[in-house]
Write a protein that binds this ligand. Sequence first.
Ligand code: ATP
Length: 360
Amino acid sequence: MAELSLSNIVKRFGGFEIIHGANLEVKDGEFVVFVGPSGCGKSTLLRMIAGLEDITSGELQIGGRVVNDVEPADRGIAMVFQSYALYPHLTVEENLSFGLRMNGNPKADTERRVRHVAEILQITELMKRRPKQLSGGQRQRVAIGRAIVREPQVFLFDEPLSNLDAELRVQMRVEISRLHKKLGTTMIYVTHDQTEAMTLADRIVVLRAGNIEQIGAPLDLYDDPANQFVAGFVGSPKMNFLNAVVVETQPGRAVIALESDANTRLTLPVADPIEAGAKVTLGIRPEHFVDAGTGDADLTVTIDVAEHLGNTSYIYATIGPEQLIIERPESRVAGNRDTLTVGLPANRSFLFDGAGKRLR
Ligand code: ATP
């Protein structure tokens, strides 16, 4: 097991800077997930930790040792890829034992470790098969098994579940969580799927365009996002963003009106001074609307589509040119209606300035 430390890690490809000075401390045994949209640099960051990419500048430590110039095989890490990267001509058992055999590990110990891993991952009955005789989920399990037998100090996962169908992805997600509990090993996991991030992580690192936007526990990011980007990235369905304008300011507070419905006004506390007339964005999560008349303002929307899921409903709606999603308990949206009026609670509302900075 090991802690991990990134100080001012920069990556340049040619003259182009991709990672702009990343700082992160990962505790021993922690499960850290890197999330962010395509191209934000999360795989590059992981590959630098693995030693598959050079670090342009900055310092990387694993288990208290600077490893910038240490070969991948000597870093005490094992990596699981999206593509599984299994040897097609070898059986499951041979795939699992391959690395240990190549390192000259004693035969009896290799056999013991392979047996143990097969039990943990419940693939014992597949040992004589070749990868092409396995389902996607089974292949991914073998790929994870191959990482476990090496007994690494740190596991690195690069979007390991993205080739699996939705149901299997959920199942494997739970298995990876169980595995982390069982092994207690430090894990770093890359995904663009915010649900995977929320469910797996002790802490999430949100990346955008080569910068770390926020680091925090999943629910801290959900409750207290640093800016509009993080607010929109964490949570499913996504937070609604509605254009608004500041119509009046009071000490420590601003009265805002929605652009799409000037009658919808909300008074919100703001940390920084803001001028009347400033354009702002109101953020409200689909699950935080309340019954009409019980919030701090009412909002009437036109219903485009209502999805009834039994316990809850998702209302895809518009207000003027803007779209939003409202989640309501099933019982509150019964009947065929064209419009819906809901309450906006000020204490669950976020406010961002034109640059996406959090005002509240
Ligand atoms: P995805 O989810 O699409 O895999 P990502 O967040 O993992 O995205 P990276 O693969 O780390 O993103 O890429 C970050 C940026 O670095 C991208 O703009 C990409 O084009 C660029 N990049 C990655 N590898 C190279 C390379 N070998 N040479 C030049 N540019 C690269």
